[in-house]
Design a protein around this ligand. Structure first.
Ligand code: GLC
Length: 458
């Protein structure tokens, strides 16, 4: 009797142990972790960013002089020597980061991310580890330092972009994005170009520079490290090439509160980045990110760096749609400006920002602290919804202004306490019709491309 019980118990125990082993190994297989932060701690760390919803990206470097894309060195297969003219004459005489910060703030942006070094390798900051920096150009300034001070003073959060790629450094091994591999893609050419290059030295350089950025400029709120190839790509780089695990550990140690993007190529880690970065995607595609932690990065036109002759600028409505669609899917939008070689936002960027400022002045409450609406609320045709969970307010963004001034909110009856336009707090009357609400809007559309109705929920 006793023996049988003992055996059963043993069998049960070994079964439990087996289950535990299987569960544990499947967790480690897909979900390795670098740190030990809990989801609640992460939520808290990310809170200001989640509430902010809207930021400004700034791509600025020597490529602003070429004024034809920040990838110009790659696109035109330039050598360091050919590119040198931009370094020698870099002199942004109108650079005034306070002006930038004020424009960002007026447009309703709460944070900014500046390219401290883009793929071209040129450093806007004063680094001990290179001569290829603004200090040694006619600009003769630590532009990053001035940017940080100005944006902080204007009350914005401050972020750095740092390119993992480097098309200038002599030890950076050439890959399939490098300017020198674009014409001759043979293995022999890769071998020839990589002779004498030592990626270990570049890795040390990268680490030293990131350490400088994380130590010399006070508190930094966001770090954007850009970018990595898919794991396994033949002539690409990812996590291991950047020594990304240790890099990220260093960053988190030096700046405990910092928020880091997901482009380090740490594919097997659940905490290898704080947010996803869908780049230049359509608003339709953003729907796929519903409920994810994401920040979509978008340009005004096609290029990140200043591009004089690029004329396909997004309309005011397209920009608003990006902003509203990001928030209605629970994410952020970071919108890019590429200042000119003189250090200014050009008139097209300024016009776009001004138009956003006009809309945000009236409607920002439907953006800040907002997220996707609860499932029980369906967006009426021609509208998108955002939702403030703390205030229990639902915002209906009227993409198509209803003809005749009637808007039917299906299934909303008994869920609403009060309705008004957000832009002027003017009351909107409604009647219940079964489970629907019929909202009466003025025939004349308020003077906003996409007006917003604010609904106080029960
Ligand atoms: C890409 C591009 C780059 C741009 C960035 C912004 O990775 O290489 O030019 O800076 O995306 O998301």
């Amino acid at each position: 009797m006793l023996v049988i019980n003992y055996q059963t118990m043993l069998r049960k125990l070994s079964l439990i142990a087996l289950v535990l082993v299987v569960v544990a190994s499947s967790v480690t297989a897909q979900q390795k972790k670098i740190g030990n932060e809990t989801p609640a701690q992460k939520k808290k760390r990310m809170e200001w960013w989640t509430d902010a919803r809207f930021g400004m990206f700034i791509h600025w470097g020597l490529y602003s002089e070429a004024a034809r894309h920040e990838w110009v060195k790659h696109n035109e297969h330039m050598t360091n020597e050919e590119y040198q003219k931009y370094f020698d004459r870099y002199n942004p005489d109108h650079f005034d980061p306070h002006k930038w910060a004020r424009a960002a703030k007026a447009a309703g942006m709460k944070y900014a991310v500046l390219t401290t070094k883009h793929h071209e390798g040129f450093c806007l900051f004063d680094s001990k580890f290179t001569e290829y920096k603004a200090m040694n150009t006619p600009a003769h300034k630590d532009l990053v330092k001035e940017y940080v001070q100005a944006f902080r003073q204007e009350g914005l959060k401050v972020g750095f972009y740092y390119s993992l790629l480097d098309w200038h450094h002599p030890d950076y091994t050439v890959d399939d994005a490098h300017p020198l591999t674009q014409v001759d893609t043979s293995q022999a050419n890769y071998d020839r170009l990589n002779k004498g290059r030592d990626m270990n030295k570049y890795r040390a350089y990268l680490r030293n520079q990131v350490r400088e950025l994380m130590t010399n400029y006070g508190k930094i709120d966001i770090l954007w490290l850009d970018w990595s190839w898919d794991k396994g790509s033949k002539h690409g780089k990812w996590g291991k090439d950047w020594d990304a695990v240790n890099l990220l550990k260093m960053v988190r140690q030096l700046q405990p509160g910092i928020i880091v993007n997901n482009r380090l190529g740490l594919y097997e880690y659940s905490d290898g980045g704080d947010f996803e970065t869908p780049e230049q995607v359509s608003t339709k595609e953003l729907d796929k990110y519903k409920g994810h932690t994401f920040e979509t990065c978008q340009t005004f036109s096609g290029s990140w760096g200043y591009y004089r002759d690029e004329n396909s600028w997004k309309t005011h409505r397209q920009l608003l749609d990006l902003l509203i669609s990001s928030v209605s899917n629970g994410g952020n939008l970071i919108l890019n400006v590429g200042p000119t070689a003189r250090g200014e936002f050009d008139y097209r960027a300024t016009n776009a920002l001004d138009s956003l400022a006009y809309w945000m002045h009236a409607n920002s409450q439907a953006i800040y602290d907002c997220t996707l609406a609860p499932e029980s609320f369906k967006a009426p045709d021609g509208t998108k919804l955002t939702y403030n969970p703390k205030l229990k307010k639902l915002f209906v963004h009227l993409y198509d202004y209803p003809d005749g001034g009637k808007l039917t909110l299906s299934g909303y009856a008994s869920k609403i306490k009060y309705a008004q336009f957000l832009n002027d707090y003017s009351e909107l009357k409604y009647t219940a019709n079964g489970s629907d609400l019929e909202l009466t809007l003025p025939k004349k559309k308020p003077p906003y491309n996409i007006p917003v109705v604010e609904l106080d929920l029960q």
